[in-house]
Design a protein around this ligand. Sequence first.
Ligand code: FMN
Length: 276
Amino acid sequence: MKKEVKIRPFWYSDMWLFPKLITIITTLDKQGRINAAPYSHIMQYDVMAKRPRMIVGFRQDSHTFVNICDTGEFVVNCPSADHLDDMMDTARFYPEGVNELEHTSLTTVPSLHVKPPTIAECPQIAECTVDEIIRLEKSSGIVIANIKALVFDEELLEMPREQRIHAMNLPIGLGDESRRDYFHAVDYKVTKHELGEPPDAFKGGEVQLGMTWDDDALQSLMTIPPGVRKMVTEQTEKHAREKGDNKVTLVSMQELAEEAGMSDEFFDRFRTKKTG
Ligand SMILES: Cc1cc2nc3c(=O)[nH]c(=O)nc-3n(C[C@H](O)[C@H](O)[C@H](O)COP(=O)(O)O)c2cc1C
């Protein structure tokens, strides 16, 4: 049995589990004083390289949001799980102008393109400037940010993904209870699932089926290289209709493949080499 729950303020953390990236955002206030605080309402916004952008959500009266509105710059620092206690210390409600980092073991180095500093101990960093600010009424302040630079600890750059995941050891945010107790996944078990589809496989999703396909016929179609799957679908359905069939079966597919000389070697010419 499923049961609907009442949607309350902070619904994203109240009941709904939303595993998230944990970051510490550094900013400067108008007087140039450093501020740091954890933020996990963060996601990619424009995924292309021309204008790469992130979206970040804040409490509108937070020092971080006010500083970003005032100065137009901030740095997203991703701490490793070794610094979870430090990260939590930066979440405390220190008075305005206090540099939370001074109450942690974290240290700073200059950033490359913006004035707020980078946290030296964080392996993954994004230096950002403001593109757009959206103030939701009686709710979050949303910052759409230009990514000026993505910066990593140098030794991570050549590592294969799985090794890099372990080396970075980023905690996964699992939300809070009443904004008092915060939960994180650390030392997690990483699994790897091969999709078994080439990088151009999305083209397969553009194929339209004009008639019913038996499941085994559909599975067989899925083995056809995506680049020619549309053509094969149309040919197969045409063949089935000409035979007077009202659906595509594996038998009719095999007949057509034989008639048309569409052997495995023929399809191999279209197959994209798998990488990685
Ligand atoms: C793990 C974690 C994630 C948080 N994520 C957010 C967030 O995405 N948005 C937000 O407004 N507050 C978030 N907070 C709460 C702020 O960090 C907290 O209100 C902090 O005191 C704000 O500091 P500031 O006023 O110096 O910006 C988070 C806190 C923790 C511990």
